[in-house]
Write a protein that binds this ligand. Structure first.
Ligand code: SAM
Ligand code: SF4
Length: 343
């Protein structure tokens, strides 16, 4: 190679935190905005960030690429609703070069499905293989009540388009006491009947919204016990390094996950960090500590200051979270909304 040609080798130092967990998974919230207003996630009159505070798509690409250079193998774009960010496919397309090079194993997205009919084929063309779609109910009226602004038919068309484009889908459903309790079985039958995995999520105390989440909280241990009246849940050896624990439902043959941050501690195997659309890095979903990467990103054309800031941040990754729904204060234990850090 010509001496003058810059050698673009990945930084060989992997990101290892003080508890010897290697960070290989980055979740990026590309926008705090959304076309839904799910009751457990946002208030109806949310104030969103001014555009100038957001990282541009080019800056997001640069930051993600620095993380990939440091050993991140899996990248998930989320939000807010990632697919409502203008020109978002441009970001997927540019990031897909890391799939082509083999540096990145997986590029994926968590979406409410509203824009999937429009973008599913583009996502597949960018090398996206699997996506998560959030859907808490199969009842159009209830769907409207939960999401406030959403249209179930539009999401269903999106799911059809995604499957037609060859994308594998995992459905995420938040378990809400008194809201979708009567639908857990039908959600399982529907998702597994269409060849999709399904994961139930416990409501987490993020962001100060009404009505109080204490009233919505349904422990998944209870849900699981109830499902065992109707199904046989076989333990399986399937782990993603994340908070979900999976079983195989013998009657449907499908995979069922439970994300139980409130009642199950999953922190020992945590391999992930989260980046917001303003370039703030959260080392733990359940803690307030964060590092600003936007300033070093904008201060220099060199990636070194950002890489150094990432190193310093990873050294502060806590052992675990401490979510508590405080029944006396009725206050969330973490003040920011899920749409900031993307879940
Ligand atoms: N808008 C996209 C969506 O809904 O899939 C991506 C962002 S959303 C914040 C990511 C996930 O977080 C969704 O599955 C949503 O149901 C979940 N979520 C939001 N607020 C939550 C909360 N307070 N507790 C538990 N899950 C929550
Ligand atoms: Fe939007 Fe997703 Fe939050 Fe619902 S859960 S309001 S779709 S960001």
């Amino acid at each position: 190679m010509d001496q003058a040609t810059p050698i673009l080798l990945a930084d060989p130092r992997p990101l290892v935190d003080p508890f010897q967990r290697t960070i290989s998974y980055l979740r990026v919230s590309v926008t705090d905005r959304c076309d839904f207003r799910c009751v457990y996630c946002m208030s109806e009159d949310m104030t969103f960030l001014p555009k100038r505070d957001l990282l541009t798509l080019e800056e997001l690409d640069r930051l993600c690429s620095i993380f990939i250079g440091r050993g991140v193998r899996k990248l998930r774009l989320t939000g807010g609703e990632p697919l409502v960010r203008r020109d978002i496919i441009t970001l997927f397309r540019s990031l897909s070069r890391h799939l082509d090079s083999g540096a990145l194993e997986e590029l994926t997205v968590t979406t409410n499905g509203s824009q999937l009919a429009k973008y599913a084929a583009d996502l597949a063309a960018c090398g996206v293989k699997r996506i998560n779609v959030s859907l808490d109910t199969l009842d159009p009226d209830k769907f409207r009540k939960i999401t406030r602004w959403g249209d179930l038919n539009q999401v269903m068309r999106g799911i059809d388009a995604a499957q037609a484009a060859g994308l594998k889908i995992k459905i995420n459903a938040v378990a809400l006491k008194g809201v979708n309790e009567d639908e857990f079985e039908s959600l399982i039958d529907w998702a597994h009947g269409r060849g999709m995995d399904l994961t139930f999520i416990e409501v987490m105390p993020l962001g100060d919204i009404e009505p109080s989440r204490i009233d919505q909280f349904l422990p998944l241990s209870m849900l699981r016990a109830r499902l065992m009246d109707r199904y046989t849940l076989d333990e399986i050896d399937y782990a993603t390094g994340g908070p979900a624990r999976y079983v195989r439902v013998r009657e449907t043959g499908g995979r069922l996950g439970f994300i139980t941050p409130m009642t199950h501690n999953f922190c020992e195997s945590c391999n992930r960090v989260r980046l917001t659309c303003t370039g703030t890095l959260y080392m733990c979903l359940g803690q307030e500590d964060a590092a600003d990467l936007r300033a070093p990103l904008r201060a220099s054309m060199s990636d070194d200051p950002v890489s150094d800031a990432i190193d310093r941040a990873i050294l502060r990754k806590p052992r675990g979270h401490d979510f508590i729904i405080d029944r006396r204060k009725r206050a969330p234990s973490v003040g920011r909304h899920m749409s900031m850090t993307g879940g």
